[in-house]
Design a protein. Structure first.
Length: 153
């Protein structure tokens, strides 16, 4: 019995602080309803490579298409908000101050195989708050941190 209590105590001390909340909540924010991650009003929810890319995208001349011309979270330009909300499933893996959340969903209600998406979000816990460091499409094979965004000098 003492051994079980010791294991439980060890797990409790290595768990993510309660005030951080589940990492999946930070991701769910962008899906219910769907929001465009590159919108400047959400910049405080990002850190690292993702924040850097969004900041560079903001510096693109207004008459040019930025390097982010699609919704990274949905891995598409076209989608049905209601279909995503109904089909969204999030799985979370936390390892100390980092986490990976995988979002699986359908872009449209017709369940067409082409509309199935899996997007992986990499997060870090900064000051008790989960922030998104990178987004990758497992369906299409791209990673936000690998996209190039070079504003005109």
């Amino acid at each position: 019995m003492n051994r079980l209590l010791a294991i439980a105590a060890l797990l409790a001390t290595t768990a993510v602080p309660a005030l951080a909340g589940p990492a999946s909540d930070a991701v769910r924010f962008f899906y219910v309803p769907v929001k465009w991650e590159a919108d400047a009003q959400y910049r405080d929810r990002f850190t690292g490579p993702a924040k850097t890319l969004f900041d560079l995208n903001d510096k693109m001349p207004s008459d040019e298409i930025g390097c982010i011309d699609f919704g990274p979270g949905v891995d598409a330009q076209d989608y049905d908000d209601e279909a995503i909300g109904k089909s969204l499933k999030l799985t979370e893996q936390v390892n100390g101050a980092s986490a990976t959340v995988t979002a699986s969903f359908m872009l449209f209600a017709d369940n067409d195989a082409d509309g199935k998406r899996e997007v992986q979000w990499s997060l870090v816990n900064e000051g008790g708050k989960w922030k998104i460091a990178d987004i990758a499409s497992l369906s299409s094979g791209w990673k936000l941190s690998e996209l190039e965004c070079l504003p005109e000098q």
